[in-house]
Design a protein around this ligand. Structure first.
Ligand SMILES: NC(=O)C1=CN([C@@H]2O[C@H](COP(=O)(O)OP(=O)(O)OC[C@H]3O[C@@H](n4cnc5c(N)ncnc54)[C@H](OP(=O)(O)O)[C@@H]3O)[C@@H](O)[C@H]2O)[C@@H](O)CC1
Ligand SMILES: Nc1ncnc2c1ncn2[C@@H]1O[C@H](COP(=O)(O)OP(=O)(O)O)[C@@H](O)[C@H]1O
Ligand SMILES: [K+]
Length: 514
């Protein structure tokens, strides 16, 4: 697997372990890193008139000296602009000594149209906002629209948070080493990286395995082995049953979108649970999806006991009123009580709390967090977009020291739930600290009802027995993949059907791997 995302301390540890295992030493890894960047430049810009390599004082700059040496050896006209000299005896100092080009001070950096900039100022060691000569260099490259190749990270982008410190280069290509870093996927950093090339510099999978990494890029490798394949003797209820709560007569569409998505995701049976006054309108619009009247907790409990759905979606279209939040709490409690008493067992092991459920609990978040900690409580997946996240977790949302990744993690621990912190860089975080960042979405997904579809896919996959974290990650990826492949013109109604070709590919990949 190469889907692990490494923070800077983990990258340093990988470096240390690799050197300890031998035969590579620090300068050996640096040479491999610089070679990978130089190879990318020679491949992509064979006609470059001139390459300007900007070198910082640390190891990022060290990689830059290696790049400059190789380019010069290859006959490319190359200038080095240095911001400070490397520390004596450091790997970067060795790399600088091996490079025949005499560096000029970064303060004098000037470039001509048609040239290329290699940004080797700061990488994993970025410690403060870009200022002075480095900030000026960003402005010069931007003003001249020069292609920038970033070494490891565009300088100014935090590899940990994706934040821009001061300002940052906007790279056309970023070559990073061994594994990506969270800042390559989180916004706004992702937008500065351009195409990301992952270079093998000799830090093996065995070394990465020793790090016990807990942050991942959300790609199928992360969950494909858990992806549901129906058994030969499957019947509809064996393929998982999902219940979706509907809003009142003028707000039923959200539940139907969610229900359709759960069905398309492979749940064998899906039931819309409707208040009495919305039965008529729901009945008019449902065919394969079942419909059941459930206006009270008692009626819901009857459904749970009789039909034993594995997963529920609660929230889309329900309205943000406090009574909705209270009902959510009663539902969680009823399921916890039911699970403890097998004789009368109310069922459903997972609840997806989305949309209005989140907003309606904003005035009593503590009650939700306590309910989620009750013995035998159903597992919860909470799917806030930024506004909903801020309502349920205002202090976490407002903490400027935390990245989106860290915020999702903190919320998952507090709520004892899997949190899907949605957006263009959706983060999925579990209470045990595991987290994934999604990167295959597109802005076509920013359309009304898109989130309702996502909640249905999550419930659909969980109802089929996928583990909680993996099933939620798979749903986020599927939703994003279907939407970005569909592209212009996408509306939420299109998404369930757009899942089909993606599901086919996953199914084929899953069965081929068996
Ligand atoms: N496995 C690995 O780990 C491998 C890593 N490799 C490479 O090493 C890179 C990490 O190297 P690194 O740790 O030396 O940090 P780096 O990014 O060079 O910056 C540190 C220096 O910059 C300075 N500085 C920072 N921000 C600044 C600012 N805004 N304005 C001004 N100064 C600033 C900072 O100053 P200080 O914080 O000490 O005041 C310090 O002097 C990594 O990105 C990759 O390219 C490869 O060789 C292959 C193997
Ligand atoms: N710019 C974007 N790029 C990728 N995905 C996006 C973007 N904007 C929104 N999304 C995704 O679309 C969905 C929107 O959900 P939500 O905000 O709840 O919308 P709604 O309430 O209208 O259903 C989320 O899964 C989110 O991650
Ligand atoms: K850099």
């Amino acid at each position: 697997m190469s889907n692990e995302l490494l923070i800077s301390a983990e990258m340093s540890e990988a470096d240390r372990l690799t050197i300890a295992a031998g035969p590579a030493d620090g300068i050996g890894l640096m040479r491999r890193a610089g070679e990978a960047v130089a190879a990318e430049i020679l491949k992509r810009y064979p006609a470059a008139a001139h390459v300007h390599v900007l070198c910082g004082p640390g190891n990022n700059g060290g990689d830059g000296y290696v790049v400059a040496r190789i380019l010069a050896d290859s006959g490319v006209s190359t200038t080095i602009w240095a911001s400070g000299a490397p520390r004596p005896e450091s790997d970067a100092a060795f790399a600088a000594a091996e490079c025949p080009i005499k560096p000029r001070p970064l303060s004098g950096f000037a470039a001509e149209p048609g040239s290329i900039v290699v940004d080797a100022l700061y990488g994993a060691g970025l410690s403060k906002p870009l200022s002075g000569d480095a900030a000026k260099a960003v402005d010069t490259a931007t003003a001249l629209r020069l292609p920038v190749v970033a070494v490891d990270l565009p300088s100014g982008v935090s590899g940990t948070s994706g934040d821009i410190l001061g300002r940052a280069f906007r790279a056309e290509v970023t070559v990073t080493f061994a594994r990506k870093k969270p800042g390559h996927l989180l916004l706004p950093g992702r937008g500065q990286c351009g195409e990301i090339v992952l270079a093998d510099i000799g830090i093996g999978d065995g070394i990465i395995a020793q790090l016990a990494v807990s942050t991942f890029e959300n790609v199928p490798d992360l969950w494909l082995r858990e992806f549901p394949v129906p058994a030969v003797d499957a019947h509809k209820y064996k393929r998982g049953h999902v219940g979706v709560f509907s809003g009142g007569p003028s707000a039923t569409g959200a539940a139907r979108l969610s229900a359709m998505a759960a069905a398309r995701s492979g749940a064998g049976a899906v039931t819309v649970l409707s208040p009495p006054n919305a039965m008529q309108v729901n009945a008019t619009h449902l065919t394969a999806i079942m419909l059941r009247e459930a206006g009270s907790l008692e009626e819901v409990q009857e459904f749970l006991t009789a039909r034993r759905p594995e997963a529920l979606v609660f929230g889309p279209g329900l309205g943000p009123e406090p009574k909705v939040g209270n009902f959510a709490l009663q539902l969680i409690k009823a399921l916890a009580d039911g699970a403890r008493d097998e004789a009368t067992a109310s069922h459903a092991s997972a609840i997806v709390l989305d949309a209005d459920a989140i907003t309606s609990l904003a005035h009593q978040p503590q009650a939700l967090f306590e309910a989620a900690r009750e013995p035998s409580a159903p597992v919860l997946v909470i799917t806030p977009h930024e506004g909903e996240f801020g309502r349920l977790f205002p202090d976490i949302a407002g903490d400027k020291t935390l990245s989106k990744l860290a915020k999702a993690r903190a919320a998952a621990v507090r709520a004892n739930a899997v949190i899907v912190y949605k957006g263009a860089d959706t983060v999925i975080a579990a209470p045990d600290g595991k987290a994934a960042i999604n990167s295959n979405g597109a802005a076509w997904l920013a359309t009304a009802g898109s989130g309702d579809v996502l909640s249905g896919i999550i419930a659909g996959l969980l109802a089929q027995g996928m583990p909680l974290f993996e099933g939620t990650c798979a749903a986020v990826w599927l939703h994003a993949e279907a939407g970005s492949r569909f592209g212009p013109g996408l509306i939420a109604e299109d998404l369930p059907l757009a899942l089909v070709p993606v599901l086919r590919e996953l199914f084929d990949a899953r069965t081929a791997a068996q």
